[in-house]
Design a protein around this ligand. Structure first.
Ligand code: NAD
Ligand code: ZN
Length: 369
């Protein structure tokens, strides 16, 4: 039987179901929460040939009518107003009404775009996530954030729109390119460092997940979703600057700077940037005396053992410390001009601070780069 997690929100709760072979049973799993037996599936043209047939069969088996399927091109560029318009128009032209569910079948790009389309079409349609990347299963499908990008920056237009259900079918991860699987694992390691016991599991078993072992992947997805959904339930709309969802930015202040320097959708995957960011966050924590001197070495060794870059020197190019600093000062999470970092006292003990001396960050970037 698949595992089920309940996410308790202020207005209502929903389930995250984790297991293998869920697409074939998707209709039966969705039927109890659907307002009507009608759905629009949004996917991308890489995922569609691989996994749409199983989902379609699963929906048909439960008598759920597929009103329309909308395919967008794969990649970050599809989080755009142009694709949003395409999705909403296709859904409404096919006869979707306020009881028709939007089902996102794909990675974080499809989930963010389809979720935002569901949030704004007819002022809100029911939404179901069927994440197909490890990143989407452990991170983006949980928490209700949806949105698209502007030329000015990523995720600048969006809405909170919580799903009715998340179906994380670990079978579909078998077709994911290994580099995408490794990148998604960086968020598992992040959740591990935030949670504690999950970090111990990562060090012992995480490499098996990265190698594609189904049982290890199922554990990684379930425990990641448990951590993230708990954090999200306590801070639904990211209202806390100090605790709550802000802790999920561990490794991301640094990570976003590397991503921005490389250009989004470019040579560096988000998870790879986060992996380097986790190594730097641990190193900064040790330099400032918050955690043991050995923690950064452990974090870096584990990520590297999983085939991820964990130090600036592991990246395929060099970076200017000054430029990275400028990027971090422009991060949208910056308040009152002070860079905010998530630091570690140890695994399971993270905190946010905006009191890190810029000189300490600068010398870390210089020494590591
Ligand atoms: P993605 O959606 O672009 O997927 C990566 C690639 O894998 C794509 O080419 C896709 O076609 C392909 N793919 C997907 N599933 C596959 C499968 N099972 N087999 C083979 N190929 C498959 O990228 P992603 O890493 O899943 O998501 C990144 C996006 O998620 C970013 O836009 C980011 O902003 C967003 N995100 C959102 C949140 C949130 O809370 N909403 C959190 C983190 C990230
Ligand atoms: Zn991330």
């Amino acid at each position: 039987d698949p595992a089920r997690l309940k996410v308790r929100l202020s207005e209502r709760s929903y389930d995250i179901v984790v297991g293998d072979g869920l697409l074939e049973r998707a209709g039966a799993l969705m039927a109890p929460v659907l307002p009507a037996r009608r759905a629009v599936v949004v996917t991308d043209s890489s995922v569609a040939p691989l996994h749409l047939p199983a989902l379609r069969a699963g929906l048909e088996q439960a008598g759920i009518t597929l009103v329309a399927t909308v395919e967008v091109p794969p990649g970050e560029a599809s989080k755009s107003f142009a694709q949003l318009e395409k999705v909403v128009e296709a859904a409404l032209a096919a006869g979707a009404d306020r009881r028709t569910a939007v089902v996102a079948l794909g990675g974080g790009v499809v989930g963010d775009l389809a979720g935002f389309a569901a949030a704004v079409a007819l002022r809100g349609l029911p939404f179901i996530q069927v994440p197909t990347t490890l990143l989407a299963q452990v991170d983006s499908s949980v928490g209700g954030k949806t949105g698209i990008n502007l030329g000015l920056g990523k995720n600048l237009v969006g809405a909170f729109h919580q799903p009715l259900l998340v179906l994380a079918d670990t079978t579909v991860l078998a077709t994911l390119p290994p580099r995408e699987l490794r990148a998604g694992y960086a968020e598992v390691a992040k959740h591990g460092l935030l949670q504690g016991a999950l970090w111990d599991w990562c060090e012992a078993e995480g490499a098996r997940a990265v190698a594609g072992d189904p049982a290890a992947l199922a554990h990684a997805v379930l425990e990641s979703c448990r951590l993230k959904s708990g954090v999200v339930a306590a801070d639904e709309r990211e209202e806390s600057a100090e605790g709550g969802r802000a802790l999920l930015n561990l490794g991301h202040t640094f990570g976003h700077a590397f991503e921005a320097e490389c250009g989004y959708g470019g040579t560096l995957l988000h998870g790879e940037a986060v992996a380097v960011g986790l190594g730097l966050a641990a190193s900064l924590s040790a330099r400032l005396g918050f955690c043991s001197q050995e923690l950064p070495g452990r974090v870096i060794a584990h990520l590297q053992a999983c085939g991820l870059p964990a130090r600036i020197g592991d990246l395929p190019r060099s970076f200017s410390a000054e430029r990275l600093m400028t990027r971090m000062r422009k991060d949208k999470k910056v308040r009152d001009g002070a860079m905010r970092f998530v630091l570690l006292r140890g695994p399971g003990d993270a905190f946010t601070t905006s009191e890190v001396p810029p000189a300490a960050v600068m010398s870390l970037l210089r020494d590591e780069g």
